[in-house]
Design a protein around this ligand. Structure first.
Ligand code: HAM
Length: 469
């Protein structure tokens, strides 16, 4: 019978793609990467070879390598499935838009004034890489005039020229939903529940939901008057930046994180005291459904969020597993005026976006939703030269079984080493004897007891499927 002990390794496998080599990639302190001596030698090889690369990722961006990228894809797939089950169709919009689309996010927001990657293209027009997707989706809604309610989900990278730090990047990924065409409070609650349940599906437990209503055109002006008067009365106590913000948008002063502003902000009038009867009723409706769904929330009267388009319901999810200011793992709210602002018919809308990069850091902190331990189900060890591995690999992949193999006609022992590192639960082994007899060895690669069985090649797929279910 064939076995891994039969011959000596011909060379050490250089591990260029494994997660152990992702030096400096992850920002999480607790992330644990299993590292074997072979991994380390592979890392050294890879590291020496690229010790002084000519080009590196731009500041605030990062390469997400296999393993972690597969984990991110799994997260997006999980989200997409949940959104699809709730009646949301997938929408994909360009990564750049007319600059004007994003100007509508608010002239007083950092996202517009300081963080936009805008540029003039060869056609002389000004564009911007999208800093978020809500404006793009509403632009698409106005352009295509779909039936309402229009419920869509999305995923992909966003670009903001922010000061990079742990959990804050210049290119980051979001998943999100938008629903246009109804202002039924039930959809506000439905959307919040979708995000809440998604975090739970990933295994996150340390998530807090903050909820507020920012009023609407009928009641917000009176609130803004009261707020402006209050801040003007306390002007000398506010930071210089907040004094400036007050001129442009008094609401955004509430969003200041500067310590010197906090005492004034804490005593400021709050929007919920100014809600009109209709807006108050709408907010009560959202809370009633959330209560029925048993979703816990904190009413946060000073939650204004970082974009200017919000009306009525606003919300944010934070992770208590994340420290510091980068603990927001998602947020959203109503933007009932945005479609009209972008030239469309007055149409209410609501949505959220969740930060994929930060969610994965929160998952690391809570020890949930790890990277898949293996990308493949079966590793093929072919000591007849390699052609059989090509044929069997193709057959198994067509049958839906993920496979990998070794290359360069290595020794059996070397191939078993690669098989072990692949994390595949099963290896199949084919040598000259098996080829002649029309058989193949199936060997388990995990657990204390490594079993090896010979099966007829004609029954291989059936036998593997039995073991993989
Ligand atoms: P946002 O609060 O700007 O909202 O972003 C949503 C989430 O994206 C944040 O909670 C955070 O997790 C993540 N995020 C934002 N900036 C960064 C960054 N620089 N690095 C890493 N992650 C980041 C929006 O984008 C709105 N479009 C949400 C929305 C949808 N409102 C209505 N519909």
């Amino acid at each position: 019978m064939l076995g891994p002990e039969q011959d000596a390794p011909s060379f050490v496998h250089a591990d260029w793609g494994g997660s152990a080599c992702d030096i400096g990639l992850y920002s999480s302190r607790k992330r644990h990467v299993r590292e074997s001596p072979a991994d380390r030698s592979g890392c050294q090889l890879a590291f020496q070879a690229v010790a002084k690369p000519t080009f590196k990722t731009p500041k605030g961006t990062r390469d997400i390598l296999p393993g972690e990228a597969d984990r991110q894809r799994a997260l997006v797939n999980t989200f997409g499935e949940a959104a699809r089950r709730a009646g949301y169709g997938h929408v994909m919009t360009p990564m750049f838009e007319d600059l004007g689309v994003f100007k509508r996010l608010g002239e007083a927001t950092d996202v517009v004034t300081k963080e936009m990657y805008d540029f003039e293209a060869k056609d002389g027009k000004r564009y911007a890489l999208r800093p978020e997707l809500t404006a793009s989706v509403v632009r698409a809604f106005v352009q295509h005039r779909p039936l309402i309610p229009w419920k869509v989900w999305y995923e992909g990278p966003q670009f903001r020229y922010e000061r990079p730090q742990a959990g804050r990047y210049r290119q980051f990924s979001q998943v999100g939903v938008e629903a246009l065409g109804t202002d039924d409070p039930a959809i506000d609650a439905e959307i919040i529940a979708l995000a809440w349940d998604f975090y739970a599906t990933l295994g996150l437990r340390q998530v807090t939901l903050m909820l507020n209503s920012l009023g609407d055109a009928t009641c917000r002006p009176a609130y803004l008057d009261a707020l402006t008067a209050y801040f003007n009365d306390n002007l000398s106590l506010l930071s210089e930046q907040s004094q400036y913000t007050l001129q442009v948008n008094p609401l955004r002063v509430l969003d200041s994180k500067r310590p010197e502003d906090q005492a004034v902000i804490d005593a400021a009038p709050i929007m919920v005291d100014f809600l009109s009867p209709e807006t108050g009723e709408h907010f009560a409706g959202v809370r009633r459904v959330l209560d029925r769904l048993e979703i816990p929330y904190d009413i946060s009267p000073r939650l204004v969020r970082g974009l200017d388009y919000y009306t009525r319901t606003t919300f944010e999810f934070t992770s208590t597993a994340l420290q510091g200011s980068q603990n927001a793992i998602g947020g959203g709210g109503r933007y009932d005026g945005l479609a009209a602002d972008l030239g469309g018919p007055a149409t209410p809308g609501i949505g959220f976006a969740l930060g994929v990069d930060r969610i994965l850091i929160a998952c690391d902190e809570e020890g949930v939703f790890g990277a898949p331990s293996s990308l493949v189900d079966v590793f093929i060890i072919d000591v007849t030269g390699g052609d059989e591995a090509a044929v069997i690999g193709s057959q198994l992949q067509t049958a839906g079984i993920a496979t990998d193999r070794a290359y360069d006609a290595r020794s059996m022992r070397a191939q078993f080493k690669v098989a072990d590192k692949s994390g595949a639960p099963i290896a199949i082994v084919i040598g000259e004897d098996e080829l002649a007899a029309g058989t193949i060895q199936i060997r388990t690669l995990q657990g204390e007891e490594r079993e090896q069985t010979s099966v007829a090649r004609t029954t291989l797929i059936e036998e593997l499927k039995k073991r993989l279910t």
